[in-house]
Structure formats: C-alpha cells, structure tokens
Design a protein around this ligand. Structure first.
Ligand code: PA5
Length: 423
C-alpha cells in the first residue's frame, strides 16, 4: 500500500546504519516502556479497538439516516484535523452525497462562527462535539453557541441530534452530556488527540459523511501487521523516520509536505500537527510545513528552487485518484493547448510532479523523499495514518523526546486565560 522512494533524498548516510537505533525504538513503541508510554494505546488499536462501541456507531448512523443534511463537527487540534483530512481525502471537496460537513470549534473567529450560524439556519443538522479534556476553550465557546442553536431549532428533540465524543468518565463535557441525555462515545485514555483519528473522534464524522469506516479500520490493521517489524529493509515507516533524521543532521531544519491534489491539503495539515506537536520540543525537531503543487509552485516554488537551502520535501504521491478525464481538443486552438488534447489530466498532473521533482532535487539541490500511496480510498487512509504514527513515534524516540505531550501549548493558554479573566 505504501512504498518509499529515497533515490532523490540526497542522504549522506546509509539508512541501514540505523538498524540498531531502530530496533531500540521499536522496542520502546511495542513494549511500552519509554517516555509517554501511557499514551501508546494507538499501537494495537486497529486490533484491540472496542468492537461494541464500533457497532454502536454504525447503529447510530442508521438511526440518523434521512434526518440530516448537515453535520457540524465541533473540535480543535487532534479532535478536528484527522476527521477533516479523512473526509477531504476520501470524499473530495465537493462530494455529491447530500451531506455537508462543517467544522467549528477550531477558531475564535467571530465572523466565521456568525457565518456558519446563518448558513445552517434552514438545514437539518446533527452536531458532534469532540473534546478529550472537555474544557478546550475554542470548542467550548462554539459548542455553547451551537447547542443553543440546536435547542432553539429542535426543542427537546435537540438532544437526539447532539453527540459527544469525550473521555469515558471525566471532564465537563461528559458531565454535561450525561445531564442533557446526549449519546456519548469514548476517546480512550491511552490515545492522545493527534493519534486518535481511528477512534470515535474521527470515525463518527466519517460515518456521518458516508465513509466506509470498516475499510478505514482494515487499512490500519493491515498497516499494523505489516509495519510491526524492526527490520529496516522491510519497514517503510522506519525508513522514512531515519531519512528525516539523516536530513536533519545534514542541516535541514524544515520538511515541506507536498501533495498534488487540493483534496489532500488537510492531510498535510493533519501531518503538520502530528509531527509538529510530537517532535517540536526541547529546542529540537524539524519544522513541518506544507504546499500543494502545482498551485503553490506559483507562490512558494521560487523559494524552494532558489532560496535558503533550509528544507527538504516529502511528496505524498497518491497514485490513483478518481474522476479523471481527457483534455478536450479545440478546432481553432486559439489558446495553443492542443498539444495536450486527448491526454488524461492525471497524466498532466503527473508530468508536473516529475518535472518539479527534477527541478527541485537535481537543479535546486533540494532533497526529496517520495511516499507512494496506492489511492485515496478509506482503506488507504487507514493504512497511511498508521504509517505516519509509527514514523512519528520512531522519530521522536530517536531524538529522546516524549512524542505524546505538548507542554508548549499550555503557555498561550495561560496568557490568554489571564487576559480573558478566567479564574
Ligand atoms: O493532539 C492533541 O492532544 C491536541 O491537539 C488536542 O487534540 C487538542 O488540544 C484538543 O484537545 P481536546 O480534545 O481535549 O479538546
């Protein structure tokens, strides 16, 4: 499902030289005996996930069928990005399945929240609030607003249209949900936000938007089985982690995650959070950035080609994307585009990728890692997220960093709470 091409990565060390280091971090991940090990629940989750809860999710979706055309998903960070990344990758940006998914709770933008309120006034809405802690301010603020909207619109029926995904016992959101009679789904104790997309955190928005969540879990399970080896020759996730490490040691301080389809932009956002929040600690880490080509070749492309050689690129090459078409011929050819007539637009996109790869890697001396993923299916999504989890865990442990906390995030909260007058 995933292969790695390092032929343009300009590595000045051999991947295989890291075998013993990888064997050590493989042990940390699988024997759960190192930093942050309380949050390693995701490692076996594709096999150990709560099957009863999964069934409840499918049944609940059936109950709601035909009753909604709009899903409001209220959450931030790990309680937001994975679901959005999945939906956009799998369903595309304008799916015609009759369901619009709108993400809220991820911003204090007054204008955004107001516009969403206006936009959904005449829609049939279900609201999924997602917060492990149950106290995240962006999410709580939006939830109060949209909860009141639901109560005004649906009266006592509102409680049947509000779903909470949160801690199984603790936190304000759990207490509030029990009191109001909402259906609740559990975020496991030992899985942190950015590793939680294949838990109810991501599965509920996915299933409500028509994604085959059984395929997502199957993809993750196959990845779990195939990537459960410390043999660097056989494990592309560890190869990727080692390539990142080598490039960082070569002085590359930023990784640009590159996609060639606009519907993969949120995958890049999800990836940025995964690596940024996991690795960016103790003055260490590679700054995760992203670009969608060829769109951003007309903005960031100049810097990549000719600017400071601070970065390397990692291309997520999704080999088969649906909805292809032939570029039409035109008798008059006034635009001079007939040289592409009859060619698939996917072929054009691919040539853009190959040309850019050569321009950046050969002429611009920018190392390029290529991750090849078969397609954008629910199965491929499930496989890919597990691949990145393993790569990220290994990267952090190689740097002796706890991948599962985010102490730096608390600093802005403290300053903000002081200004907001929160006790
Ligand atoms: O990865 C993480 O742990 C964070 O990004 C959290 O997901 C984010 O801060 C939201 O937290 P919560 O789910 O508690 O509202």
């Amino acid at each position: 499902m995933i292969t790695l091409d390092l032929s343009n990565a300009h590595l000045n060390e051999k991947i295989s030289d890291y075998q013993s280091e990888i064997s050590k971090v493989h042990g940390y991940l699988h024997e759960r005996n190192y930093k942050g090990s309380d949050f390693l629940g995701w490692v076996n989750w594709p096999k150990d996930y709560d099957k009863e809860e999964f069934k409840r999710i499918l049944e609940f979706k059936k109950e709601l069928d035909g009753k909604y055309d709009t899903v409001l998903v209220c959450g931030i960070g790990g309680s937001y990005l994975g679901a959005r990344a999945a939906l956009e990758m799998i369903n595309g940006l304008y799916p015609d399945n009759g369901v619009e998914v709108i993400f809220v709770g991820n911003t204090f933008s007054n204008t955004y929240i107001s516009q969403v309120l206006n936009h959904i006034r005449n829609k049939e809405v279900v609201l999924n609030v997602i917060s492990k802690s149950g106290t995240t301010t962006e999410t709580s603020l939006a939830f109060r607003v949209f909860k009141q909207f639901m109560e005004e619109k649906y009266g006592s029926e509102a409680k049947n249209r509000i779903i909470a995904t949160t801690d199984k016992a603790r936190g304000t959101l759990k207490a509030l949900s029990d009191k109001e009679g909402y259906k609740t789904f559990v975020i496991p104790d030992d899985i942190g936000g950015r590793y939680s997309v294949s838990t109810p955190v991501g599965l509920i928005p996915m299933v409500l938007a028509g994604v085959d969540i059984e395929a997502v879990m199957k993809g993750s399970l196959d990845a779990m089985n195939e990537l459960n080896t410390d043999d660097l020759n056989k494990n592309p996730a560890y190869q990727y982690a080692v390539a990142r490490r080598i490039l960082n040691k070569q002085g590359k301080r930023s990784e640009m995650f590159v996609t060639y389809h606009l519907q993969l932009t949120m995958i890049a956002e999800w990836w940025k959070q995964l690596f940024g929040e996991s690795e960016g600690k103790d003055g260490l880490g590679v700054l995760p950035t992203s670009a969608c080509f060829s769109t951003d070749l007309h903005s960031l492309g100049q810097f990549v080609q000719d600017g400071d050689k601070v970065l390397y690129e990692t291309i997520l090459n999704v080999e088969n994307m649906p909805l292809d078409f032939d570029f039409p011929a035109d008798e008059e050819n006034l635009d001079g585009m007939n040289y592409l007539a009859g060619k698939k637009v996917s072929w054009v996109n691919k040539q853009a990728m190959l040309g850019t790869l050569s321009a950046h890697a050969d002429d611009g001396n920018v190392p390029n890692i290529m991750i090849n993923l078969k397609d954008n299916s629910a199965y491929a999504f499930g496989y890919m997220i597990y691949f990145f989890f393993i790569a990220c865990g290994a990267t952090c442990y190689m740097l002796d960093i706890n991948p599962f906390n985010q102490p730096g995030v608390e600093v802005y909260k403290k300053k903000m709470f002081k200004l907001l007058g929160k006790e």
